[in-house]
Ligand binder design. Structure first.
Ligand code: TRP
Ligand code: SF4
Length: 329
């Protein structure tokens, strides 16, 4: 039996942080052995909101591929590629645009939210409205069975399913299977200030941070604010450091909990324990991504080879699509 097909993508909007890693990438790495996986850099999607500031786009693209590889995505197991290097996505996006009702796009919650909250950036564009249709093209062109995504992406998956159904119905051919979301319980990691880890809150620990920067960030994390002296009893459940211990230092969690509550461990010592654990995880990844980024040509070759592999599959689907639509001669 052939393996089920998986596809997911990330926009190259800056450095991958530990929140992204535990929220998605860790899971992608695991999926590689069981599924026929496709993971890509969604650079066209980055343009839907960032069309006017593209100075860093190439740099971010290479850096994201280095992140992919450094955490263990493997071009020998998975198809790792760049969206803009597989032009077939754009062709399918165009054809899907012909039969995607405006209302489906206009009522998409991610569209409504961003339109309301984007501030000065002008995103009242055709491209931004079409974001979910482009995402549908990304997914359908590989006939993906499953799409590992966070909950925020579920509306896009629903639109993708509707788009697939409508296309198959209009042209009377089951060209596209309806993809299912793959929601896995991800580990939750707050930002260094206790809020959600997010670039816009400036509370991230990025894979690209130096070991020294990571150390500083850990040592300045917010702890239990009610704890003033070292032997005050602490409340681990409100403490960011404790939340990190749950991810990075599982074996010691019960011990830390009781010594925190009993006032027998100080926050500085507690952070130091955590800092060592995070370093064990982070430093090798940091070094690997640096080595990769030192050789840009090699990194580009990986992107080109992965995109060539993706294009062969995309082109095969497009032949079926063109024939179903009866476009061309
Ligand atoms: N919209 C996704 C995000 O912001 C990125 C993305 C683009 C994607 N195309 C995709 C994810 C296809 C899954 C499948 O995270
Ligand atoms: Fe948090 Fe550790 Fe301090 Fe307890 S001892 S409040 S868990 S940093």
């Amino acid at each position: 039996m052939s393996k089920k097909i998986i596809l997911s993508g990330t926009r190259p909007t800056g450095n991958i942080h530990l929140g992204n890693y535990f929220g998605a990438l860790e899971n992608w790495v695991r999926l590689q052995d069981e599924y026929d996986c496709h993971f890509f850099i969604a650079d066209w999607h980055a343009l839907t909101t960032g069309y006017a500031d593209t100075e860093k786009l190439k740099e971010n693209t290479l850096s994201l591929m280095a992140d992919f590889l450094a955490v263990g995505l493997d071009p020998d197991k998975s198809t790792l590629f760049l969206q803009s290097s597989v032009l077939e996505h754009a062709e399918l996006f165009l054809l899907l645009g012909m039969n995607t009702p405006l209302s489906w796009l206009e009522r998409c919650p991610t569209y409504k939210d961003l339109m309301a909250n984007m501030g000065e950036k002008d995103i009242a564009t055709y491209g931004f409205l079409g974001y979910p249709a482009l995402q549908a093209a990304d997914i359908l062109i590989y006939k993906a069975d499953f799409v590992p995504v966070g909950e925020d992406q579920l509306p896009h998956l629903e639109i993708t399913r509707e788009v697939a159904r409508r296309f198959n119905y209009i042209y009377g051919k089951e060209v596209f299977p309806e993809p299912m979301p793959l929601l896995t319980k991800a580990k939750v990691l707050p930002g260094t200030d206790g809020r959600k880890m997010s670039k816009s809150y400036n509370n991230t620990i990025a894979l690209a941070d130096t070991p020294d920067e990571v150390k500083k960030k850990v040592m300045s994390m917010i702890t239990d604010p009610a704890r003033i002296r070292k032997d005050d009893p602490g409340h681990p459940d409100v403490c960011t450091v404790y939340a990190f211990h749950k991810v990075f230092n599982e074996e010691m969690v019960p011990e830390i909990e009781s010594s925190c509550k009993g006032g027998s461990i100080g926050c500085v010592a507690c952070k130091r324990l955590l800092q060592e654990k995070i370093a064990e995880f982070h430093t090798p990844i940091f070094e690997k991504r640096n080595t990769l980024l030192e050789n840009e040509d090699h990194l580009k070759q990986i992107i080109v080879a992965g995109s060539d592999k993706a294009r062969i599959k995309a082109e095969k689907t497009m032949q079926e699509v063109r024939s179903a639509v009866r476009i061309g001669v």
